[in-house]
Design a protein around this ligand. Sequence first.
Ligand code: NAD
Length: 524
Amino acid sequence: METGTAEQSAEAIEASNGSTKPSADRIEVHNPATGRLITTVPIDSPDSVTATVARVRANQAEWEAIGIEGRYHWLGKLRDWILDNTEQIADTMQAETGKVRGDLFMDLGYVADLINFYGAKAEKFIGDETVRPHSPLVASKKLLIRYRPHPVVGVICPWNFPLAMGLGDSIPALQAGAAVVVKPSEFTPLSLIEVIKAWKEEIGAPDVFDCVLGTGEAGGALIDNVDYVQFTGSDRTGRKVMARAAETLTPVSLELGGKDPMIVLADADVDRAANAAAWGGMVNSGQLCISVERIYVEEPVYDEFVAKLTKEVSGLRQGADGRKPEKDVGAMTSPNQSAVVEDHVNDALASGARALTGGKKADGPGDYFEPTVLVDVNHSMKVMRDETFGPVVGVMKVRDSEQALELANDSRYGLAASVFGEKERAERVARRVEAGSVNVNDVIINMAAMGVPMGGWKESGIGYRHGEPGIKKYCRIESTVITRFAGKREPSWYPYTKARRGLVNRISQAVNARDLKRRLGLRG
Ligand code: NAD
């Protein structure tokens, strides 16, 4: 992969390369907070993707052979590099995403934590397992389960968390012993390029981790070449990824979109619920797969909740900040998504919804959508049905928890959810929400609770990240059956004589029958 000027810090790039001319085989990377061109990066052709995969594949066996501790040694060095260079990577990521400084910790802290989590747990999750033989027929065997990595894992990721997704999903794969090639989003490749350059040059780690750059074409070529695909993105693209992977029977894990509901019960701490809804709906400008997108509030606390939520959201400071966290809500990273947000809000307003705060694009420079609270919404509106992925929440009053559940579950998505209320009642309601993760009296925190798996139900995905499944998915099970004592031949082998077949039948009868008569070879 040719990285060119993208390897400089984005700030320097922006200062020096603001006028770089794009060409057909390069992608322009813009700063969404200013609209300015940061730089261009080269596009990998399908042949170049094939070559990158082949190169890391050649080094994978050695990577697997150094074992869990050996791999953690290198991943630990990556963690240390990230911790030592946090501000510099944050600058790059801030430039390519338009995030406010306060939102950046979600990427960087997460990745360091993930390295430690899988470094400490890998032996437990994917270490060799000895299994007791289940039957006297195999009692003389030693049974072993080994978790052998898919040799090369392809990670395809979105633009909303360039490192938490691109690097985050690579970490358990690398820890499992796979080589990894990542295709970052065409909108936000720069911070990942920087990390991979450090892996190779500053850390000097084995050449088993690289990235390829481009759009869907590079993504497709990656799918064709790897042994396992970890995809994070929209359900629209997820379907294409799965279809393409089917051509080569390559297994996939899909982390897709969501339309996460929040339920506020009458016995909730309304202040906490309103503050959680404001942060959970607006953090990262709502560009989070597990953002709070729709809220159902029991009638007795509806007015109080809406007033507090509106006050909190209307007080948020939107815009670009630098290294000092001076703003709360940043830019829309992808112009495509910005158009979707505008469409959803306009559709709702045209159908009778009211914006209590926000409701439109903010004036430039940069691509911003005002933090928005909508009421008088219903499930005929796109904003309550489809993924908005912007700083917008729709709030509905509900009669009781039954109606809240009915509406929360009335969705083709099932990624995450939250329930606020008295702990035991909220937990009872949470058990009936159709989603892969449910937070009680908190939002989004399941992303940090790595001990439990996180994945989507329904059209929100297939497979899980985090916990045991989050590393096991990168492995193929290899069962080894080892003969401890044996003669020259087994009774079931040749020659098939009447006496030997009779013996086999009598053994089978004795072992499989569950009553004495049959065990002795008599009819029941
Ligand atoms: P997207 O689906 O448009 O693109 C995702 C990635 O797929 C990009 O790298 C893109 O270049 C690549 N791609 C596009 N077409 C492809 C093809 N035909 N074959 C292979 N790769 C292809 O998604 P996006 O707009 O970048 O990200 C936003 C979406 O991601 C939202 O729906 C959001 O909910 C979802 N997301 C989900 C999670 C999760 O954990 N479930 C996390 C973050 C984001």
